[in-house]
Design a protein around this ligand. Structure first.
Ligand code: NAD
Length: 371
């Protein structure tokens, strides 16, 4: 393959590269070897990904003279919990993990978040490398160092900031990803355009469908552009004391929907974000902050690629606006009792607001369910 594209995440001594390329997995070993403290890694993956892509990674590590073991976990969001963290750490200790050992997360956001958190706490912290295999993980969860697990109180409530040493995104592995998962990840791609990259949004309007249908160059461009957007925001605000919260566009609404559907396959995270972004833009328009045409434009594009854009489209589910608002009040982003919303003045002009009246949010839910 040709040289991969390289995007730096600038965080002082914790800086690292994101490499993006088609077929990169076959050369992963040669890129991983230089960042290792010792020539030994433990790969953590899930059973779906192991069946499809583990052998290629292992071969490339062997070619680069890196010793490896692998831990294969069950696929799915349920794996991101205390019980699996405990099992994973026990396996790592059984395998005689040392301070110089590096964990390699091969999988989607579930594997990346769990492995990153295990790396943050085992032996008081060891290195890890992200090899994301879903679109969502390639454009979002593998970059920026947020790691963690879910608890019975909610999603991602226990975790740590722990930056990877390297991110290797092979866009070729996306061809084995189910279309529904690809679409869910695409919502996070659109998010970057909607936050502060209006030209990228326009590019997506022209190329999004081709990307979803398998156009390799379009996939690479979208992953590179998304990683550049995320790297810039993370470098400016690693611990989310300000600007990084813009990345939560659509998430405050989305998390309420996910909480209501119990974080099940009924609604994937990216699907919830797509509906949530439309609601954030609709709310902005209702508050006269954003032209209604921009809210309509966002909805149109998400719908055009096949994403659900409203609560009503979800068959067989009865939503209660008051319960949804109550879920929002329990979100991690609540501070001093107020929820921080990401609103927009237009496509590419997102901003933070803690001045939203819950009455307006409940009215939005009620009206959109009645529409
Ligand atoms: P996931 O990890 O569950 O992967 C989705 C499904 O696709 C799984 O069944 C998996 O086995 C399968 N899969 C993965 N790669 C595949 C491939 N190449 N071919 C075929 N099947 C493949 O889900 P996800 O959407 O990648 O990640 C969701 C998680 O990411 C959530 O837990 C969310 O909280 C987290 N997240 C974290 C951050 C962050 O900044 N850390 C950001 C966004 C989301």
């Amino acid at each position: 393959m040709s040289d991969p594209a390289r995007q730096r995440v600038s965080l002082g001594t914790r800086s690292y590269d994101i490499l993006v390329g088609d077929g990169l997995l076959a050369a992963a070993g040669q890129h991983i070897a230089p960042v290792l403290r010792a020539p030994r890694v433990i790969i953590v993956t899930d059973a779906n990904v192991a069946a499809l892509h583990l052998a290629a990674l292992e071969r490339s590590l062997a070619d680069a003279h890196v010793d490896y073991d692998a831990v294969v976990l069950p696929p799915g969001e349920q794996t991101k919990d205390f019980a699996h963290l405990e099992k994973l750490i026990a396996r790592l200790l059984d395998m005689k993990v040392e301070r110089g050992t590096t964990l390699v997360a091969l999988g989607g956001g579930v594997i990346g978040d769990l492995t990153g958190f295990a790396a943050a706490v085992v032996l008081r912290g060891i290195d890890f490398v992200q090899v994301p295999t879903t679109l969502l993980a390639q454009v979002d969860s593998s970059v920026g160092g947020k790691t963690g697990i879910n608890t019975t109180h909610g999603k991602n409530l226990v975790g740590s900031f722990h930056q990877p040493r390297l991110v290797l995104a092979d866009t070729g592995v996306l061809s084995s990803l189910p279309r529904r998962q690809l679409l869910a990840g695409y919502a996070e791609v659109v998010k970057y355009g909607a936050i502060d990259r209006p030209e990228f949004f326009t590019w997506l309007e022209g190329h999004g469908m081709a990307l979803i249908d398998g156009d390799t160059r379009a996939r690479q461009h979208a992953v590179i552009e998304s990683c550049a957007a995320k790297a810039e925001i993370v470098a400016a605000d690693e611990r989310e004391t300000g600007r990084r919260a813009l990345l939560n566009l659509g998430h405050t609404f989305g998390h309420a929907l996910e909480a209501e559907t119990g974080y099940t396959d009924e609604l994937l995270h990216g699907e919830a974000v797509a509906i949530g972004m439309v609601m954030a833009f609709d709310l902005s328009a209702r508050l006269n902050l954003c032209p209604p045409e921009d809210a309509a434009r966002l909805r149109r594009h998400l719908a055009a690629v096949g994403l659900t854009t409203s609560l009503q489209q979800m068959q067989g589910r009865i939503w209660n606006p008051r319960t949804l608002v109550a879920h929002m009040a329990r979100d991690k982003k609540v501070s001093g009792g107020r929820t921080t919303f990401v609103l927009a003045r237009g496509i590419g002009q997102a901003f933070l607001s803690d001045a939203v009246d819950p009455v307006d949010v409940e009215a939005l839910f009620t009206d959109s369910l009645a529409a």
